[in-house]
Structure formats: C-alpha cells, structure tokens
Design a protein around this ligand. Structure first.
Ligand code: 3EB
Length: 335
C-alpha cells in the first residue's frame, strides 16, 4: 500500500492518507497515526501511536494523519499518557474522561500536569505543539463557558513546566459532545522558536473580557532542525476581536490574511505548498462544499487539506485553520 508520494517533507513528514492503521504503523519511522471519521473506528491492539479522534471529516470517509521521521521509533505508556519517540522527536497523547476527573477544568489541569511531569524527565523536553479536543466547547455562559474553564485548568496545569513560554496549539470543540478530553502533542530534544502574529494580540495577553484565564499558546512554532513551522489554530481574529460574525467568506479571507502574516513573521517565504498540510475546522458541516470551493480559491492546488467538523472556541466564529509549513526535501515516502 503506497502512501501518497506527492511531497517529501523533511525531517518531519505529515500526510493525510486514506489507509488502514495496520498498514501505516509498521512502516519505518511512523511516529504517530491519528484517525478521523471511519478510520477512528478501527481498533489497534496496544499501539500508543494510534490515536482516534471523533472529529468528522467532511468530503471524505476515513482519513489518517500520519507523522513520519527518519529514525527508529520506540513507544510506551506512563499511566494515562502514551508516547512514541525517535530521532529527537516525540509524539505524546493523553485522553481523560471528564467525569472521572471531576469536570473539564480539572481534567485539563491533570492532563497538563502529567504532560509537564513526563517531559521533565525526557530528553525531548521541549513541547512544541499541542492539540486539544473536547465536546460542547461553547456551552455555558460568561466565565462558565467550557472553553474558558478549559483555559483555566490548562493554565494551572502548565504552571509547572512552561516557564520558557507556551507551545503552539489548537483547541477545538468536538461535535456530538463526548465527555472526554483528548490532548496530543509534538515535542523535541531541541527547542523551537515561538512566533507571534503581528496582526493579533498574543493570546496570553487577551483582555479579561475573554475569560478569567487567558489562553496559553503561541501563534506558531518554528521547529528545530529547519523542519519548518507549526501553525496554531488561526481564525478571523484581529487584535483580540473576532471579525465578520455571520460571514463565512469574510472570516476565511481574514483567516488567510492572518496565516500570511504569521508566515511572514516566521520568515517563511513562498506561502503554502505541497509540504503545508492544513486542517480546516468548520462549525456548520452544511457549509463544507462552499468552504472547499473557497479553499480552492485561497490555496494552491498542491496544498493538502483536511476539512473537519469542529467548533471554534468563540461562538461567533465559523471556521479555523491549523497546520504545518514543513520543509521540502528529497526523501521519498516509505511505502
Ligand atoms: C484564537 O486565536 C482562536 O486555546 O489553545 C486558537 C489556537 C484558539 C489555540 C487554544 C485557541 C487556542 O484565540 C482560538
């Protein structure tokens, strides 16, 4: 089963493929495989690299996001945390039942404390990029909105271990309201370089209006080893204010303006290409066809994109994009 060979991006490769995890996991250098849609229903016995996310792909049935490196990968578990590492890179994941933790806020604190404690004793101690997924992200009023509770717990959990700065991140609401917090991340033995967006207030400086505990993430992270840029969830926010509520086209245009500014701030030229896999989270799945057409207008055809049903952490925002701008290289994909 050949993986797609459209682009070889080094030294970290990220691809969206329609494949069975049983075929992907044995391939040399597979660091992680993250299943969406029907792929997420596949059970794989005891492999910490296989993560199943209940985010539904729009316009595809089953999709797996595969991370690959040019090194031997070893994996294991520590309590509820699982990890895989090789060549100085590390994939980690924690999944917690909210009720068992006493709620989402406590689950977030527990997860981040575990993450920080784990990395304190690892060579790969630099947490570069984190994804956070949980249900009903906009439920609750005012400071009780679940995203704000999540931010409070995350900030407490991060208080041990992130003195040097925050990782790049995504926080997206899973539709169907699973009572489960899922976090996964990329870490490395060598530090990355944080990038902020000149069009946007740094999230940790958002005013009190957005919650008692500002979001603790960087807008982007330049990866070590010249691997490229990890791009945080990016939406139609300018300064700290949401733009164009109710206008999907305008929100997407603003989001791409933000992405362009982030690439420029990171010193990346050439824009998005075949080594720039992007995930697009869309609140209203009925808009998928429209968004796919808008993406075609905003992006070169070679840019891999995965459209997912997901809720942005601000109720007035319809769409968010995250992803990578990895370095083109010569190595063919292992098949
Ligand atoms: C924003 O810019 C939109 O809480 O980890 C984007 C990326 C957003 C990460 C997070 C939230 C997070 O504020 C939301």
């Amino acid at each position: 089963m050949p993986l797609s060979v459209d682009a070889a991006c080094v030294p970290l490769r990220v691809h969206y493929v329609a494949a069975e995890p049983a075929q992907l996991l044995p391939a040399p250098g597979t660091l992680a495989a993250i299943g969406f849609g029907a792929a997420a229903a596949v059970a794989v016995a005891d492999d910490p690299r296989w993560l199943r996310l209940p985010l539904l792909p729009l316009g595809a049935d089953a999709v797996v996001e595969v991370w690959q490196i040019d090194a031997t990968v070893e994996h294991g578990r520590v309590g509820s945390l699982r990890h895989a590492a090789g060549g100085g890179w590390l994939f980690g994941a924690i999944e917690l039942d909210e009720a068992a933790q006493g709620g989402l806020e406590q689950a977030a604190e527990t997860a981040y404390r575990a993450l920080a404690a784990f990395h304190a004793s690892r060579a790969e101690r630099h947490v570069l990029r984190v994804w956070n997924y949980f249900g009903a992200i906009n439920h609750g009023a005012g400071d009780d909105e679940r995203y704000k509770r999540f931010c409070a717990g995350r900030a407490r959990g991060m208080s041990a271990g992130f003195a040097g700065g925050y990782p790049a991140a995504t926080a997206i609401g899973v539709q169907g309201a699973p009572q489960r917090l899922q976090i996964y991340w990329l870490a490395a033995a060598i530090a990355g370089t944080r990038v902020e967006n000149p069009r946007q207030t740094s999230a940790w400086r958002y005013p009190r209006h957005y919650g008692p505990s500002p979001p603790t993430f960087a807008r982007g992270m330049r990866l070590p080893g010249g691997a490229g840029l990890a791009i945080s969830g990016t939406a139609a926010i300018v300064g700290h204010a949401s733009q164009s509520a109710g206008d999907l086209d305008a929100q997407l245009a603003e989001t791409f303006a933000n992405l362009g500014a982030l690439l420029a701030a990171a010193g990346v030229d050439g824009g998005f290409d075949a080594c720039s896999p992007l995930k697009v989270y869309l609140r209203d799945p009925a808009q998928a066809t429209r968004v796919a057409a808008l993406l075609d207008a905003h992006l070169p055809a070679a840019v891999p994109r995965l459209l997912l049903a997901g809720d942005v952490c601000r109720a007035e925002l319809a769409v968010e994009i995250d992803g990578w701008r990895l370095m083109p290289g010569q190595q063919p994909m292992p098949g």
